[in-house]
Design a protein around this ligand. Structure first.
Ligand code: APR
Length: 258
């Protein structure tokens, strides 16, 4: 790693863009939570997809084929995520939002809730929330009476099931091949098109439509800045790349005096 990013001319340029920006969007990925102790997906060896098969664990087909295996895998991740705390990067973003209400929008691919825990309560969670469940199929009662059973109606099991129709609960996250929540995606696209600066923090930029938001921001005339210790698919879209980690770079980048 070269000299700390704080002293680089690129860093100074990004600070100047931040000062001038009326609206800022921050697009985050798993790397944002790495320093909180949550593994990323694609980092070699340590990444989840280097150790587990995404087709088996992060698709509806995989869940239908092995519901118990998938449910237990998410239960382990939930338990681990419930133990960790936001890092200095999460807190820097939330503190900036408190100092500058309405000026920064957080758009996250993370399902861990750490932005929200740090105070960014209006974060747009594109890929859902691992601490929430929903029914796998349309509820039997909903089909007949329009009344959807509450998740609490489920009988304890791995995964929990509806005692009436056997419908299974599943984690309320977006799996491969699934649509993002339309209202959240729409709000994220609006933020991308409205911002004068987009910080892209801790994402490989390999997954769409999330990564497409950086392209939309650039096309709409925003400055795009990548914060990542390693090369990413979005480096080519960026006007500047800061080679540092989220917890190291964001506190000084978003500090007062901006
Ligand atoms: N600070 C900043 N970036 C980091 C850090 C750190 N401390 N540590 C790692 N990174 C970077 C890596 O270099 C990598 O580019 O974070 C990125 C993590 O990339 P992925 O593991 O691919 O995670 P992400 O981009 O969020 O994945 C997108 O894919 O598996 C699905 O739904 C899942 O939301 C996820 C989506």
């Amino acid at each position: 790693m070269t000299a700390s990013p704080d002293s680089s001319p690129d860093f100074a340029q990004v600070r100047a863009w931040l000062q001038a920006a009326q609206h800022v969007a921050v697009l985050t990925g798993a790397g944002m939570s790495a320093e909180s102790g949550i593994p990323t997906f694609r980092d070699t060896q340590t990444g989840l997809w280097a150790r587990f098969n995404p087709a088996e664990l992060a698709t509806e087909e995989g869940f239908r084929a092995q519901p118990e295996l998938v449910w237990n895998w998410y239960a382990e991740r939930r338990a681990a995520m419930a133990q960790v705390k936001p890092n200095a990067g999460h807190y820097a973003i939330a503190a900036y939002q408190q100092r500058h209400p309405g000026r920064l929008t957080v758009i996250t691919q993370n399902v861990d809730g750490l932005h929200q825990k740090a105070g960014s309560t209006d974060a747009l969670a594109l890929h859902g929330n691992i601490f929430q469940d929903r029914w796998l199929d349309l509820c039997f009662h909903a089909r007949h009476s329009g009344r959807v059973c509450a998740a609490s109606h489920a009988q304890a099991d791995n995964p929990p099931r509806c005692p009436d129709c056997g419908n299974m609960l599943r984690p309320d996250v977006v799996w491969f091949g699934e649509m993002l929540p339309p209202a959240t995606l729409h709000a994220a696209e609006q933020a991308a098109q409205r911002c004068a600066l987009m910080l892209v923090v801790g994402t490989s930029g390999e997954v769409y439509p999330a990564a497409g938001l950086a392209h939309q921001a650039r096309q709409a005339g925003a400055k795009v800045v990548v914060v990542n210790p390693h090369a990413s698919e979005l480096d080519g879209v960026a006007h500047r790349v800061l080679r540092g980690t989220a917890a190291q770079t964001l506190p000084s980048l978003l500090a007062d005096g901006v």
